[in-house]
Design a protein around this ligand. Structure first.
Ligand code: GAR
Length: 196
């Protein structure tokens, strides 16, 4: 059985769908949900599901990214995960943290990468006049929102869409895509998942 840690910063809806998927014949189980924000709504949801939680507040480490990342790694050392899933974790991780996790760390990003790395992806897709948008799960490498693709899901952009309405449509697909990718990845298969 593979052990999975999930990093979050906010509501944790992707974390919930990942955690809920890891039952029965799934080859992995959640062993830790960690947030950089003690107020992250996802922490309570994880605790309610019986998953151990941890908080590493980034603020005391202002100007000291290696210190922050060492504290993250210390929590991982305790939980001993095989796979690390970033799920709405809104801190940039440097090569010093990422390299040792090479091939074992996943991220979900709300755009059809390589389009729209970084923030405000939905507004940028609307501004560009895109007719389709979506989400991507990829292996994490030191470059931001880069790394081998593990899955992609598309949604249409509809007339009258706002960043919020588009984000909601994409989030529904995130909740289908990430569990599908994790199941395959945990079984040792890196073939990209394509939805719908
Ligand atoms: C999701 O849309 C995720 O793709 C995005 O944050 C949201 C988290 O929602 N991630 C990023 O933008 C990473 N740069 P959640 O906390 O409900 O899963």
């Amino acid at each position: 059985m593979k052990r999975v840690a999930i990093f979050i910063s906010g509501g944790g809806s992707n974390m919930v769908t990942l955690a809920e998927s890891m039952t029965g014949d799934h080859p992995a189980r959640p062993v830790l949900v960690l947030s950089n924000n003690e107020d992250a709504g996802g922490l309570k949801k994880a605790a309610a599901m019986g998953i151990p939680t941890a908080v590493v507040d980034h603020r005391p480490f202002k100007g000291d990214r290696p210190g922050f990342e060492a504290a993250l790694q210390a929590e991982l050392d305790k939980a001993q995960p095989d796979i690390l899933c970033l799920a709405g974790f809104m801190r940039v991780l440097t090569a010093g943290f990422v390299e040792p996790w090479k091939g074992r760390m996943l991220n979900i990003h709300p755009s059809l990468l390589p389009k729209y790395r970084g923030l405000h992806t939905h507004a940028r897709a609307l501004e560009a006049g895109d007719t389709e948008h979506g989400c991507t799960v990829h292996e994490v490498t030191p470059e931001l929102d880069d790394g081998p693709l593990l899955g992609q899901a598309r949604v249409p952009v509809l007339t009258g869409d706002t960043p919020d309405s588009l984000a909601a449509r994409v989030l529904e697909m995130e909740h289908r895509l990430y569990p599908a990718v994790l199941r395959r990845f945990a079984a040792g298969d890196k073939t990209p998942v394509v939805l719908p």
